[in-house]
Ligand binder design. Structure first.
Ligand code: BJW
Ligand code: ZN
Length: 256
């Protein structure tokens, strides 16, 4: 347990969530930090690596189509290693709390939409159902050229496979910088942000767009907005309630 926000603030958010008709949520790497998934930037707890520098590279340097074209084998191996590592990790209390919130809301005729920037599928493994994976999935690969895609498991894939349909190089089915988010997924997330009465953002540095714009959409359309993060972010000055602390401790308190 950390010092964290005072109990009155926690109780206020708990009441808001308890009375909401539609809760929409945006999560980022910070929610998976307690599971051992490294974050990309920002503060981090002792349990994980933060501000990730992988193999000497920053995410902005290699998570681009140009980065893959420059050194496909290195980038491919990096994704393969992460997929293997993910197989050894499990959802934490933060993921479980959001799955529980969805269950409660739907049981009383409400709605819950979870837009996540994470590619780790830990929300789904924790039991969340209405999940919008804005940046794709580590557990899917696709063709660089044609529509071919397939699910993959946690086993390493050493060599880059060729597309069975067109022969082109396969790639991770994730969204790199400069690429569009899947249109249907983005539209559903933006619609939810515009429709919800409470918008909860957790564990994101709120610097990568368009995902970071969801809280702006929610605030502009009158939702009460709540942020849970280890440190202040660009979203903190916009939200109605900013709670500082680890998501795996705060989210269970908000949903209790
Ligand atoms: C805890 C915690 C604990 C730690 N508890 N908290 C305006 C200006 C300049 C550029 C742009 C702009 N608008 C758009 C762009 C381009 C770009 C962008 O946003 N760049 C910014 C960096 C400026 N966006 C894009 O390119 C996007 N596409 C797009 O805009 O399409 C339209 C377009 C097309 C063509 C041309 C132009 C426009 C696509 C973005 C794709 C992002 N992809 C990645 C990689 C995915 C694959 C992979 O992982 O390998 O997605 S980048 C990386 O960042 C990843 C994440 O999903 C994403 C966001 O990171 P997130 O989740 O917020 O994590 P962190 O690490 O940043 O933050 C963790 C936070 O948690 C920290 O604050 C910690 O304090 C906190 N924390 N432990 C609670 N226990
Ligand atoms: Zn193909």
């Amino acid at each position: 347990m950390t010092d964290g926000p005072d109990q009155a603030e926690i109780a206020r958010v708990r009441d808001l969530l308890g009375a909401a008709r539609h809760v929409a949520c945006l999560t980022g790497a910070g929610i998976s930090a307690a599971s051992g998934v490294p974050t990309y930037r920002g503060a981090h707890t002792g349990r994980t690596v933060g501000g990730a520098l992988w193999d000497g590279l920053r995410v902005e340097d290699w998570a681009t189509p140009a980065g893959y074209a420059r050194d496909p084998q290195r980038v491919w191996k990096w994704y393969s290693d992460r997929r293997v590592q993910l197989g050894e990790l499990a959802p934490n209390a933060g993921h479980v709390a959001l799955a529980e919130l969805e269950k409660r809301l739907t049981a009383r005729g409400g709605a819950f939409t979870l837009a996540t920037q994470n590619i780790d599928a830990l929300h789904q493994r924790a039991g969340s159902v209405n999940v919008l994976a804005l940046h794709g999935s580590l557990l899917r690969i696709r063709c660089s050229v044609c529509p071919y895609r397939r699910e993959v498991g946690h086993e390493p894939i050493a060599a880059i496979p060729a597309c069975p349909d067109c022969g082109a190089r396969l790639r991770p089915d994730v969204v790199w910088f400069g690429e569009m988010l899947p249109q249907d997924v983005w539209t559903a997330a933006a619609d939810a942000a515009g429709d919800c009465d409470v918008f909860l953002t957790a564990g994101t540095s709120a610097v990568v767009y368009p995902a970071a714009g969801l809280v702006e959409i929610a605030a502009a359309t009158g939702a009460t907005t709540v942020e849970v993060n280890l440190e202040p972010t660009p979203a903190s000055s916009l939200v109605d309630v900013a709670l500082q602390g680890p998501a795996d401790e705060l989210l269970p308190q908000l949903v209790a």
